[in-house]
Design a protein around this ligand. Sequence first.
Ligand code: GLN
Length: 533
Amino acid sequence: MSESKFIFVTGGVTSSLGKGIVASSLGNLFQSRGYNTTILKLDPYLNVDPGTLNPYEHGECYVTQDGAETDLDLGHYERFLNIPTTQLNNVTTGSVYQSVIDRERKGDFLGKTVQIIPHITDEIKNRILALETKKKFEIIIVEIGGTVGDIESLPYIEALRQFKFERKDDVAVVHLTLLPYLSSTGEIKTKPTQHSVKTMLQSGVQPDVIVCRTEHSLTEMVKNKIALFCNVEYKCVIESINADTIYEVPLLMLNQKLDQVVSEKIGVSKLKKINNSIWKKRLQKLKNPNEVFTVGIVGKYVELKDSYKSIYESLIHAAAFLGKGIKVKWIHSEKLNNHNIKNHLSDCQGVVVAPGFGDRGIDGKIAAVKCVRENKIPFLGICLGMQVAVIEFFRNVCGYTTAHSTEMDSHTKYPIIDLMKNQSNVINKGGTMRLGSYECTLLKKTKSFEAYQKLTIHERHRHRYELNNEYKADLISNGMIMAGCNKDLGLIEIVEISDHPWFIGVQFHPEYQSSFINPHPLFISFVNAFLKK
Ligand code: GLN
């Protein structure tokens, strides 16, 4: 294949249908057939990136190797494709407008009226084409966020219309819709799907394939009806029924030949043979665990599970690899204190203290760390979770009872966690944290080294604060191990505790680098610690 082929994934009827999972599954199938594949997310909001969004608004903010703060769907893309994405893989309306307006100010359009069509739509098309020209992917899947009919997504649908017109033979459109089931009559209804396809037609786009989210299997009659009313072939009506796990979706799509029908639309006449045996084996292990563990995730956004998506999935990956199952117990940090904590954690074989910002729920997190440290429960602290572990240790083991992070208490006498030096002059909040992949050197004879089995690792970051090196000696003499360090900055990346079966705090986010096929070594080691116990 000389030029790239493009598959657009749009959504109709409602949001949250799992477009990201369908896009990832399709990508997974093409990749398993040996095509160099990537997935791009177009997000219709005006934020330049989701880095400034509260997780309640938008779930987790995912960070790429090259330091872009992106939509959580990119996490799915990496988990299903097992290759890194980059800042080219997430486009927001905010970033599109920003570059067009910057160019207008420079005078690039002198004399011209700058308009949504063609300037914004051109910019959108150029962002998509960058993955063809700069990265040479064979298959580029483009997921358009939101639901067709939204005012916000109109420029994207228009860009898609132009794209399809200009590259007719290289473009397929997969439309994902919801088929509601009426229990009173026992019927699956197709009308909302018909309407959402009509909405697309009003914008000049005819979907090639309809993927139907449904709780019940589609009858031949329902499929025929959708085919007739939505102008698609019968074989292009694909059912996406609720699955036990998202990792089953690629196989459910394969069974219905989704990749086959899509490839016909983009002129790939003979698909290469599929090789997905590892995926299938891992899925079998995931679906048939010989033991199930409970892991407590302590955080302040637990009402919205998407806030900790990558951590959840990383636990699942590691457990599946070991033939185990994981049940997550979501624990609200605001509800925890030293009196009730033991009760909350009594059924947990391990505890994760989650990343976060600000002081809401911080005391509960400290109480959780105290409990797992004293009771020798396996513990993984991630980013803020690591910082909290250090605060707790410095207070309760080293004896500096009023120590804190300057993020929560700017006047603390013992700033055990403090702002990184190069952050002190930062004023703008957007995109200014320490972001992306950095090197970390491990100490031999530590649990971390045992997990990674190498001295130099690379992990992704998203933080402004760090362990204050002034107090390092105190921590070490009391039994804390500085197990990993970024040598360039002298920044402590990993702490452990010597007299504990498994207690690790990491300044970075291992959860951004775990995939279904390639689970993260730290998570594997963490789950393994439950077995040893
Ligand atoms: N708030 C902390 C910092 O900025 C931790 C950030 C995080 O958990 N991602 O350093």
